[in-house]
Structures are given as structure tokens and as C-alpha cells.
Design a binder for this molecule. Sequence first.
Ligand SMILES: Cc1cc2nc3c(=O)[nH]c(=O)nc-3n(C[C@H](O)[C@H](O)[C@H](O)COP(=O)(O)O)c2cc1C
Ligand SMILES: Nc1ncnc2c1ncn2[C@@H]1O[C@H](COP(=O)(O)OP(=O)(O)OP(=O)(O)O)[C@@H](O)[C@H]1O
Length: 316
Amino acid sequence: MQLVRGLHNLRPRHRGCVATIGNFDGVHRGHQAILARLRERAAELGLPSCVVIFEPQPREFFSPDKAPARLTRLREKLQLLSEQGVDLVLCLAFNRRLRELSAAEFVHATLVEGLGVRHLEVGDDFRFGCDRAGDFDFLLKAGAAEGFSVEAATTIEVDGERVSSTRLRQVLAVGDLACAEALLGRPFGITGRVMHGQKLGRQLGAPTANVQLKRRNTPLSGVFLVSLELDDKSLAGVANIGMRPTVESDGKPHLEVHLLDYQGDLYGRLVQVTFHRKLRDEQRFASLEALKTAIEADIAAARDYWRASPLMTSQD
Ligand SMILES: Cc1cc2nc3c(=O)[nH]c(=O)nc-3n(C[C@H](O)[C@H](O)[C@H](O)COP(=O)(O)O)c2cc1C
Ligand SMILES: Nc1ncnc2c1ncn2[C@@H]1O[C@H](COP(=O)(O)OP(=O)(O)OP(=O)(O)O)[C@@H](O)[C@H]1O
């Protein structure tokens, strides 16, 4: 999969493709259905498939403080899009200039002049352009005038409700990881690099791998049973994700993973943390001693869980 950042980096060889546009945060089952249609159309027409995304996502541009937590950072989103067989990602900087484009100007500059789109696949509720004026009917007319076809994918539902990034955030916020897995078609996970922490973990009887989050807020918080994907192995653990109210806070969320039976050095490694079940909410304890006792109980619960349902690794 190729990544092109900005219209100005498109070359004549990128022209002629089938495309879709959206945030694709989480790459959930609704997104996967659109991407499957995109692959089919691309194969029929003998053209590459292209996904147009925005970074930052529009709501992060409009209200950085109030934007909902990201399900996937750009790096994670690109990995998932690549796994879905996408050939090209055009990542546009969402800025003042882009936001002021009318729907017609956006279509002309991006889809027609930039990508030479021959077919566009969108969800039935998709809207874009200044004041969200561009909807499916608008795209149909624009396509007829500019020479591309447009198709609206049917809505994908789980348990009678539309799958969306918003719904995913809602179920993650209440710790319903089984529902999140149903909406994603895979368990929810976060990828990041292991960084040095405050080294307090050892003192608390639980050395932890600090996974860099690079986000101001997270879609879930609390103590979870997790596995850590490292190379081709899955390691069982327990993790805390949140603000760590008991210890001195830097105002940023942290993800700290205690692996049950691991002694190696993980610093600098890129790992994926997969969330399996929520144990409890994060708490502010009166003392480090009380926190230590709670962590011991979390680890005991994790041992029971992983004994009953051991992780399969590709070496098994
Ligand atoms: C299983 C587990 C549960 C935790 N629960 C809480 C908690 O409820 N409240 C809290 O303030 N910190 C909690 N923590 C975070 C600890 O405060 C944190 O791991 C400790 O500060 C070590 O940080 P360091 O790795 O930066 O040294 C938990 C950590 C683990 C591993
Ligand atoms: N459940 C779904 N079924 C079919 N198409 C979907 C579904 N969810 C999203 N899409 C389509 O996928 C494309 C990208 O969606 P986008 O990420 O912008 O929206 P979303 O997942 O509904 O997020 P949000 O909850 O923030 O609105 C759009 O064309 C959208 O209409």
C-alpha cells in the first residue's frame, strides 16, 4: 500500500482509481464492508483502490479539546487499511483551506483533477464539504457531470444498530469489550512503543511496560486483562490505562502493562496491546500500599483468567 500525503504529492501515475472518502477511525465492520466493495469494484475495472482520509480528523480540527478520543492513530489506521487490501491512501491535511472548499470544489480538486476517480464508493449517510453540503445526491450529480460513477454501500448493523466509530467509543467507554469486538470483527487493541516510566512499578511489585499513547484522551480507561503481541508471540498480562490518580500525574493518559511471566527488556519495542476484559475502574488510593494491594489482586485475577483461557501463539 502506498501513502501519499497532500494533493501536491500526487503524480500522473496515481490518476485513474476507484475511491472512497471518510475518517475510517477504527476500521470497523462498516468500514470493512465499504472496503470490500471497493476491492470488488477495483478488480472489475482493473484499477487501484484508494482511500481518502483526513489528518487531523475534521472534529479534531474544529474543536481540539472536545473531539472524541481516537480509536486508531494514523499509523494504526494505515496498518489496518493495508490489511484490507487498499492500494493507495491519500491523506489530506484538514486545515482552514480544506474546510473552506465547497463540496463542488473538493470533488473537482481532489477526485477529478487529483485522483482521476472513475468510481466512488460511499456510505449512504456520508456528507462532506463546507457545511457538510455534499451528500450522496450531490455526488451522483457531480459524478454524472465529471465522468465517474457513485455507489452507496448498504448500512452494516450489529444487533439491529448501525456500526459506527461513535458507537464503538460508547461501548469502549463502558468497558464492553465483547461488543467492541463484535463491531470491529477483532478485539480492540492499541499499538505503541515501550517507553521508560517512573520506575515505580517495581516498587509496587508489578514492573510495567509503558506503552506510548501519543494522544490526549483514550476511548477506554481502567484495569484490563490484556495480551501483548510481540513478534509472533502473545503474552498474557494485566494493564492499567488512564490518568493514574494515585501517583503524581503529568495530565496525560498512560497505558501500563504488567506481563505475568516475562523477564525480558521491552524498551523501544513496538507492541500491540489487545484488550480482552475489564476488571475494574481506575481508583485513587489513599496510599501506595493500598494501590499495591489492589494491583496484587488484579494480578491474581489475571492469573486465574489466563489459566482458564490460555493464549494461543503462532508457536503452539
Ligand atoms: C494492574 C494495574 C492496576 C493499576 N491500578 C491503578 C489504579 O487503580 N489507580 C492508580 O492510580 N494507578 C493504578 N495503576 C498504575 C500505577 O500507579 C502505575 O503502574 C505505577 O505508577 C507505575 O508507574 P511507572 O511504570 O511509570 O513507574 C495500576 C497499574 C497496574 C499495572
Ligand atoms: N455501518 C456502516 N455501514 C455502511 N457504511 C458505513 C458504516 N459506517 C460507516 N460507513 C461509511 O464508511 C465511510 C467512512 O465512515 P466514517 O469513518 O466517516 O463514519 P463513521 O464510522 O460512521 O463514524 P462516526 O461515528 O464518527 O460518524 C463513510 O462513507 C460512511 O458512510
